[in-house]
Write a protein that binds this ligand. Structure first.
Ligand code: GDP
Length: 439
């Protein structure tokens, strides 16, 4: 892989569509565009121009469409970029990609390579590049908003602001070390301590966010727990409004964990149905129960379900699972009296299901909405911040000025790694491996 290559890839998803887009980036983009459009000049910058696409060798007309020309550096990647807007059909795309493969110096892009070039050419920092990937992957309104903010640079700016403060503190500390005889050196070092203390506090607060940003990116995990046959699979289906889980009146049918992805008022939720909790001699069912309990322990919210039409009343063993979860009384259509505890629903008639969905949406929102500060969205950010905070805590305890300065330098470097400002080579692959080809 070389940054000097000209790369091309479909920018739109495979399949039939009215229009599909092929993107080309690199020094040979203009030549490639010209080769495919009959040898003429490239059109004026950023103007959609109707053209015929030809096979450069056979000169067979392949399609009729639009071409766009974005000369660098004012393009997505910062390089010369061309776009071919053709009809969205499998054979048309294949023919155009094949034609491009014969243009000297052009090759198919690797996963994430367009965005990687945008990063390498200073068009965006790493958190913004991750924002691009998250935006494309966003399935709900709130996920889209978070990704858009990150892509616009909100998170990167927060970290860069902190890093700028650290670098300024470092400059003062180093001046103190280099010119110890100049006026009041200790006072200079002492003057930086409040800055370091403030940054440490801000980073602590940012990390102590109950994983909101990560949860919003990945979905809030909720799990339905309860005894066999209380209607867990039926409730999952009622909530998902489709038959995602196996429903059966034979106890112990849901032996594995079944998941559905829900969009609750824009909040992404991953809802899991689990094996009924009971003692069993059956090895597979025992494993299912073990997984259900483990799943419950990891979940962001437990939905504990009982059958309010059955006697006896739910035992303390089920209620003990509740923590701060939601207690739901199922089968109210069969019960004579109103349920003694919990939100009454019927997974069969649908009664109470909308109320439960509202309640779950509130619970999801409570776990994902933060203060206005952009939330960190990846483990990579969390690790970088934890390393930074560790270095700052060490710095604050240092008596020796040079060691103190070294810890501050490290702290700044850890922050820089999150945005990609320093020492980035080794983390580039991690970031861009999430991408697919054409981004
Ligand atoms: P699970 O073992 O807890 O997952 O329970 P299922 O969802 O498989 O349901 C067990 C049985 O109860 C099935 O026959 C369902 O049709 C029935 N059932 C579930 N929910 C309700 C409900 O709200 N009302 C009524 N009448 N039957 C229900």
């Amino acid at each position: 892989m070389s940054a000097g290559d000209t790369i091309y890839a479909p920018a739109t998803a495979a399949g039939r569509a009215g229009v599909a887009v092929i993107r080309i980036s690199g020094p040979g983009s203009g030549t490639a565009l010209s080769a495919l459009t009959g040898g003429g000049d490239v059109p004026g910058p950023r103007r959609a121009t109707l053209t015929t696409f030809f096979d450069p060798h056979s000169l067979e007309a392949l399609d009729h469409g639009l071409m766009l020309w974005f000369p660098g550096p004012d393009s997505f990647t910062g390089e010369d970029v061309a776009e071919l807007h053709c009809h969205g059909g499998t054979a048309i795309m294949a023919a155009l990609l094949e034609a491009l493969s014969h243009v000297a110096g052009c090759r198919l892009a690797e996963a994430g390579e367009f965005t990687r070039r945008a990063f390498e050419n200073g068009k965006m920092d790493l958190t913004q590049a991750e924002g691009v990937a998250d935006l494309i992957a966003a399935e709900t309104e709130v996920q889209r908003r978070q990704a858009q903010r990150q892509m616009a640079g909100a998170l990167g700016q927060l970290y860069e602001g902190w890093r700028a403060d650290l670098i300024s503190a470092l400059a003062h500390l180093e001046a103190d070390i280099d010119f110890p005889d100049e006026n009041l050196p200790d006072a200079i070092t002492a003057g930086q301590r409040p800055v370091l203390t403030r940054l440490t506090k801000e980073i602590f607060a940012h990390l102590d966010d109950d994983h909101r940003g990560e949860r919003l990116r990945d979905g809030c995990h909720m799990v339905i727990l309860g005894a066999p046959n209380v209607g867990k699979s039926s409730l999952l289906n009622a909530l998902a409004r489709r038959d995602a889980a196996i429903v059966s009146n034979q106890a112990g049918t849901t032996r594995d964990v079944v998941e559905v992805h829900l969009n609750l008022n824009g909040y992404p939720v991953v809802l899991a149905d689990t094996a009924g909790l009971r003692h069993s001699e059956d090895a597979i069912e025992v494993e299912g129960v073990r997984r259900a309990r483990a799943r419950g322990d990891q979940a962001d919210l437990k939905i504990v379900l009982y059958d309010c039409a059955a006697t006896p009343e739910p035992g303390t063993d089920v209620l003990a699972l509740l923590d701060d979860g939601v207690l739901v009384a199922n089968k109210i259509d069969l019960a004579v009296d109103a349920p003694r505890a919990g939100l009454g629903v019927s997974s069969v008639t649908g009664q109470g299901v909308d109320l439960l969905l509202d309640r779950l949406a509130d619970e999801a929102a409570r776990r994902m909405v933060g203060s206005g500060v952009p939330g960190l969205t990846r483990l990579r950010h969390r690790q970088g911040l934890e390393d930074c905070r560790g270095a700052l805590l060490r710095a604050l305890e240092q008596g020796d000025e040079e060691l103190l300065a070294e810890d501050v330098r490290l702290a700044a470097r850890y922050l820089g790694r999150i945005t990609g400002r320093v020492d980035v080579e080794d983390i580039l692959d991690v970031v861009f491996s999430d991408f697919c080809i054409g981004k």
